[in-house]
Ligand binder design. Sequence first.
Ligand code: SF4
Length: 610
Amino acid sequence: MFGWNGKLLRVNLFKKRASAEQYGASLAKHFMGGRGFAVKILWDDLKPGINPLYPENKLVFATGPLTGFALPSSGKMVVAAKSPLTGGYGDGNIGTRAAVQMRKAGYDAVIVEGKASKPIVLLIRDQNADILDATDLWGLNSFETEKKLKETYGSAAGILIIGPAGENLVKFANIVSQEGRAGGRPGIGAVMGSKNLKAVVFIGSSELSAAYPKEMKELGAEAYREVLTKPAYAFWKRQGTMMTIEWSQENSVLPTFNYREGVFDKAEAIGGFSMEKFKVSNRGCPQCNMTCGNVVKGSDRKESELDYENVAMLGSNIGLGNLKQVAALNRVADELGLDTISLGNVLGFAMEASEKGLIKEKIRWGKFKDTKALVEDIAYRRGLGDMLAEGVRYFSEKVGGNSRRWAMHVKGLEISAYNCHSTPAMALAFATSSIGAHHKDAWVISWEVQFGRESYTEAKVDKIIEFQRIRGGVFESLTVCRLPWIELGFELEWYTRFLHAATGLEMTWNDLNIIADRIFNLTRAFWVREYGKDWGKEMDVPPGRWFEEPLTKGPLKGAKLDKTKYEVMLQRYYHKRGWDERGIPTKTTLKKLGLEDAVKQLQKRVKLYE
Ligand code: SF4
């Protein structure tokens, strides 16, 4: 096999043993890599119903056949496990040297099983895997930990770390790398913490082997040049995703005061142009020549890497209109290893609960010092922070009242930074995403605003499925960044050419979409296997706020979603996906994709229709 290494590394922390496993071409061709490998491994290896924070859960680090080659934005890896936040399939991607180094060490994926008896670092250096004592690192924040590990292993090493939030099993703890690049929103950092795994260090020295090395080299060079020619490139380098703050404000989709509103009166102060005034540099993932991390110095004078999601969630959504303070909160979150999207959501919910008198603590909108203290309490599970550390769904169940309506999550995962009072397709995309309400799979909102936001048409359903295939399926499995394509218009045809040069396979986008559908359906099967009879179409419906509480400000004042039309659109989506009216794949759909084992297993949990 070219392109793929053809090897997985399985590390058992109980037995302190690591073994390399060859895998066959069938896994590669049917599941590609990255998310595809992760969901297949978790489906095969995990018993349904396990506690995600028990040793039985497995942690998967997975790359794809393009990871690490000299191609635009190919330095990504997927981190996955059964999610402690949602109880379903959970993953995230990180742009990190760890992805490249893991491939150069000879592995396409690493599976971590069991639990170490004390804090450890897993060192994977080419063919050797060592489990090393990390007692001295436990308790350090992610930046301090990385610094120490770099002193020992050099700055070229690929390092994945958890902060105190992961150690303390905060349900939305993530994994951090390279001082602020982070991933694993649905608590993958907590799974790492539950295994006493403080960090993983990858050092690889082999060269990746492509089917057509000369073609690969030339194609890569051509592709990098092509990225630079895109008209949007120059502005992208200035602002990256930060330009979206102004766009969201103009279009009334900026999450504000716990998604109550879509406009924020201090949007300009936290927008891309304000950020440019104190930007220090660009930071980014390996292999990328359109690096989009905007490094600024926050009010604490420390560097912080800003993007749209962390600024919207730690800014407008909690009523904070001072960008330097937002940057400081973001830095604290990265140090502690907390996902900033869920964090901003949880904080916004707590502020609203306080305002409505559902909790006794006084937590006010936009108060930086108090908020920072609360963020630390969450990471260390102190006082109210202990309850918030469980995520919005849990917290809402505890505080009661009508808070379920404004607990802004789907399937337990807090919603990313778009308010959907007036964008039904984006609401449906959030609701049907593979991991809960995340924007990664189908970011259709920009298209929808241009296309016509009021309608609930079939074209919108088609667009969601198209994007879920490209973004959530193909890019997450190759494993490459989606931003060259979606932000600069870097054409999709490049990726089939890359794949051919790497693997020798002649695949069309149609072939890739079938793989994407296989991955998507197995992911859905994973959720249904976990939830069993509790699964129903309400799992694919966003919170009541968007249907019942119209916007009270801005040009779209009065806008809200129509529940009846949404449900019609949802059923149309199910039909096109080959799912029944509960959102469960039919036997025919699963068999068509070669997922016979899913038929066998799901039948034990729910009734499956033909
Ligand atoms: S565009 Fe941004 S997220 Fe994508 S690979 Fe480059 S730096 Fe990473």
